[in-house]
Design a protein around this ligand. Structure first.
Ligand code: SF4
Ligand code: SF4
Length: 441
């Protein structure tokens, strides 16, 4: 794509980066076919190619964002299916991240939209605040119907619908600690505690720690870890996202300095995609660039890390039919497609892949709150494809997808690690009955 940026504009390293990305796009439009919003809405401006044109026009003319571009960029899920499809290697992720930051700096959203976004940014990344908010959600639940009728309050209704009616207690394993590996030592890793997942399903990390330590891996939960910054990054709140990244880089750098660290293990693929991008996000910060790149190179999804270990034979051979839902951040963001399925198959599960596996389930961070209508359409489409597999349980590697799919599916949805842990001798995953786990093909 030909671009016309001035030298003065290109002096801004963010613009220079976006210009490089824009020049790679050859307008072929292959990406439109796999874009969930184009597939759902059928509007070129809700396709990757259409958004690329809008971003180019905004940046090239040095214009503040306007309502039209905000509408179409807000509808983008950042699922990155377009990056998997693109034959020219267009880095849409970095382009849309720049566009979102530009929107945040130059566009004044309507008051309720601003308040909703500010509230999400103030609550979701902080487990104590998020826990308190979820407890309060019970008070608002009777008003869901009313909120749904008022367009500006639809995000509040979506939030209330997604809020679970009860919460598991916080896990002591999420506190700073060291969990020694059993038997012969096979590695040392740090694990990300994160934010929303530690509140909604702390058993995911507990299970990962349990399985890793049984496999001889020492697991460190370093002091000071927090949200990876993905939630606010996707809202264009660059300063807040970078502050989260810097804090975690400091924490993990200390852990690296205290002893060899083989990996920073992450059990939510949405977080993994962002942490693997810390090197890029902090490239212009001379104090952090090198440390951030080192952290990114150590970041591994739990299935990526397990697949590289020499796993023993599983203790159970379940034969349970599992529908594997590959989160967008897993398959498109991190290009992890093989490992989770191979691990499940090796552990004795029969793995089925739903049709249209490349399409997002509509979760996408805060998307199911901010764009509830498109999100519900995508969720229902995903659930239909999952249920058509005839599986008795769904496995996936991202808490957002678990919450989203479970809100409509008739079959249980669990994190992949819970099924693996059970097959390797761990306890039965909560919520899964014997009849589900032993329902062989
Ligand atoms: S990130 Fe997803 S929703 Fe956004 S343009 Fe690409 S394919 Fe479409
Ligand atoms: S597939 Fe890639 S090169 Fe083709 S229009 Fe989409 S982003 Fe541009």
């Amino acid at each position: 794509m030909q671009t016309n940026f001035s030298l003065a504009q290109l002096a801004d390293p963010h613009v220079a980066e976006s210009e490089k990305i824009l020049r790679k796009c050859v307008h072929c439009g292959f990406c439109t076919a796999t874009c969930p919003t184009y597939v759902t809405l059928g509007n070129e401006l809700d396709s990757p190619r259409g958004r690329i044109y809008l971003i180019k026009d905004m940046l090239e003319n040095g214009r503040p964002a306007d309502k039209e571009i905000v509408t179409h960029i807000d509808r983008c899920l950042s699922c990155l299916a377009c990056m998997t499809t693109c034959p020219s290697g267009v880095n849409y992720m970095h382009l849309v991240d720049h566009a979102r930051a530009h929107i945040e700096q130059t566009y004044k959203r309507p008051l309720l939209d601003r308040l909703t976004r500010a509230m999400l940014a103030l609550v979701l990344p902080y487990p104590n605040r998020f826990r308190a908010a979820l407890k309060l959600a019970g008070l608002g639940r009777p008003f869901i119907g009313l909120f749904e009728k008022l367009p500006a309050l639809k995000p509040v209704a979506a939030m209330l619908k997604l809020a679970p009616s009860s919460l598991p207690p916080a896990s002591p394993k999420a506190l700073p600690s060291m969990h020694a590996g059993q038997g012969a030592k096979h590695g040392r890793v740090a694990i990300l505690t994160g934010c929303a997942q530690s509140v909604l399903d702390p058993a995911i990390n507990d299970t990962a720690i349990s399985l890793l330590t049984r496999l001889g891996v020492e697991v460190v939960v370093p002091e000071g870890e927090g949200c990876c910054g993905a939630l606010v990054h996707h809202m264009g709140r660059e300063d807040q996202a970078l502050a989260s990244a810097r804090r975690n880089v400091d924490v993990w750098t200390r852990a690296i300095d205290q002893g060899r660290l083989d990996a920073i293990v992450i059990t939510a693929s949405g977080c993994g995609t962002t942490i693997k991008d810390y090197g890029f996000m902090l490239r212009l910060d001379p104090t952090y660039a090198e440390k951030a790149a080192r952290v990114s190179s150590l970041a591994k999804d739990i299935t990526e890390y397990l697949a590289a270990l020499d796993l023993p034979e599983p203790l159970r051979k379940p034969g349970t039919v599992v529908a594997y839902h590959s989160a967008c951040s897993m398959q498109h963001g991190q290009k992890i497609t093989r490992q989770p399925k191979e691990l499940l198959a090796k552990a004795g599960f029969v793995v089925r892949e739903p049709r249209e596996g490349h399409l997002c389930c509509g979760s996408a961070g805060t998307y199911n709150i901010l764009q509830p209508e498109i999100s519900s359409k995508l969720r229902d489409r995903k659930v239909k494809n999952i249920e058509a597999t005839g599986a008795s349980v769904v496995a996936t590697g991202n808490i957002g997808c678990i919450t989203q799919i479970a809100s409509a599916a008739r079959l249980p949805v669990v994190h992949t690690i819970k099924l693996l842990d059970w097959a390797y001798g761990g306890p039965k995953p909560e919520g899964l009955s014997d009849s589900i786990l032993t329902a062989a093909e």
